[in-house]
Design a protein around this ligand. Structure first.
Ligand SMILES: Cc1cc2nc3c(=O)[nH]c(=O)nc-3n(C[C@H](O)[C@H](O)[C@H](O)COP(=O)(O)OP(=O)(O)OC[C@H]3O[C@@H](n4cnc5c(N)ncnc54)[C@H](O)[C@@H]3O)c2cc1C
Ligand code: SF4
Ligand code: SF4
Length: 406
């Protein structure tokens, strides 16, 4: 249940079907729950095929950054001016949704609002007025069955939609969009990594603060600090080194989020993140539809060239060693010595920054995918790991073993 807002609809959803390796994107709650078989990125994803369909071409391995970030026309550092209050960063995602509704380019935007009783729990909603976009600002930790809204959106007679979603939702959306037959769907993606259930996230918040119910904002920033904001307006910045990660259970991050292969939302029309932004946002405009979305922002969007500095290899090697040594999830902070080594490399002034930081994070994610699947679901490797992921890790001596590729 959400706090009622004009222009924000939160239809009652069916219960999720039981599934192995599932982030409850919503497809199992639809009338055609069996669609999971073709739509799920955790079964047998076909990134190259969908990239070709969505962007007109698969990632071009000759453009090295496409191996990391997927197909894109251009990448920029960006901020919305003035920034939206209560947005996660400057509110680019929210403003795109508002502009689409203002210009009547879409009938509704599918996104997630906070639950009325728990601001961290994402609840899928259909926003039909520009003012309604205020209800979905900011980031919530957890899984939201966003795509269960496709049926209610169709039933409501909406013809043109925008969807704001994380990569595992966007993969399933792209796999099924033809079937749903909307006239047009704009896809605004955000990167995503290290998500977990909202229940697990509360365990983490309880360790971070004596008054966890007063925390209104949390972000893992690219300068190796977690930023917390509180109801009384105070802000706390905690260096990663001091996070109470070792007190969390080993399965805190589900296997899905340790092994998903799309950090940067490669099938979105535009990806709105922060990793390469050096304190600002990072936009990857992936196709003409993404250009249309940028154009809607006009002068409100300030853009600049991205920077890149430092070298990522030492950091990624340290991460790889840690992941190999650890028995399960959360390897990094359980080993203080290795941790010091890794964080030493990753410190803001000497470690990778800007694009090099984003490349480092994508390589780390690729390392995790291979090592965690090898340990926990070796039989899934050949179907779940696309070729470009092997390309990302081969420079670190991680290569496919027999039976791990097709
Ligand atoms: C779990 C999670 C992990 C992320 N990790 C990274 C990362 O490692 N690197 C990076 O660059 N960016 C990451 N992001 C994206 C980042 O937090 C910002 O959302 C993004 O930069 C957009 O900022 P904004 O100010 O434009 O967003 P806003 O204008 O504040 O809009 C935020 C949008 O995010 C959507 N949203 C919020 N929570 C969820 C959720 N749980 N599931 C689906 N959609 C949601 C809302 O519907 C809203 O439309 C992550 C997002 C999530 C949800
Ligand atoms: S993540 Fe989505 S597509 Fe995959 S099994 Fe779960 S509900 Fe189905
Ligand atoms: S980390 Fe990957 S699997 Fe987990 S919620 Fe994010 S996109 Fe989905």
């Amino acid at each position: 249940m959400i706090t009622p807002h004009e222009g924000v609809l939160a239809p009652e959803l069916e219960v999720a079907a039981a599934r192995d390796l599932c982030t409850d994107c919503g497809i199992s709650r639809t009338d055609d729950a069996k669609d999971c078989g073709v739509a799920c990125q955790f079964i047998k994803p076909d990134y190259a095929g969908l990239e070709r369909r969505v962007h007109g071409r698969a990632r071009d391995e000759a453009r090295v950054d496409e191996v990391y970030f997927g197909p894109f026309n251009r990448m920029v550092r960006a901020s919305l001016k003035p920034a939206k209050t209560d947005a996660q960063w400057t509110g680019i995602a929210t403003r795109i949704g508002e502009r689409l509704l203002e210009t009547k380019a879409v009938d509704a935007v599918l996104a997630v609002a906070p639950d009325a009783a728990d601001r961290w729990k994402p609840v899928p909603v259909m926003v039909t007025t520009p003012a309604g976009m205020a209800a979905v600002r900011g980031m919530r930790m957890g899984y939201a069955p966003l795509l269960a809204l496709l049926e209610p959106a169709k039933a409501a007679g909406f013809k043109r939609l925008a969807v704001i979603g994380i990569p595992c939702q966007v993969y399933a959306l792209r796999a099924l969009e033809k079937k749903y037959g909307f006239e047009r769907i704009y896809v605004i993606g955000t990167p995503c990594s290290d998500n977990t259930t909202t229940e697990n996230f509360h365990v983490f918040l309880n360790l971070l603060s004596d008054a966890p119910e007063t925390v209104t904002y949390l972000e893992f920033r690219a300068d190796y600090h977690v930023e917390l904001r509180f109801t009384d307006g105070t802000v706390r910045e905690i260096p990663f080194l001091q996070l109470p990660i070792s007190q969390l259970p080993g399965d805190f991050f589900p296997l899905t989020c340790r092994t998903c292969v799309d950090y940067t939302n490669v099938l979105a029309d535009i990806t709105v993140g922060y990793m390469a932004g050096q304190g600002e946002q990072w936009l990857l405009v992936r196709n003409e539809r993404g250009e249309e979305l940028v154009a809607l922002l006009g002068d409100e969007l300030k853009v600049a060239a991205l920077g890149s500095a430092g070298k990522r290899q030492g950091a990624v090697k340290g991460f790889l060693k840690n992941t190999e040594l650890a028995a399960g999830g959360l390897p990094l902070r359980r080993m203080p010595n290795v941790l010091r080594h890794v964080v030493g490399w990753l410190m803001p002034r000497v470690g990778p920054r800007g694009l090099e930081f984003a490349r480092a994070r994508v390589e780390m994610k690729a390392v995790e995918t291979v090592l965690h699947l090898r340990r926990q679901r070796p039989g899934r490797m050949k179907n779940m790991i696309p070729r470009h992921v092997w390309t990302l890790v081969e420079g670190y001596g991680v290569t496919p073993r027999e039976g791990e590729t097709h």
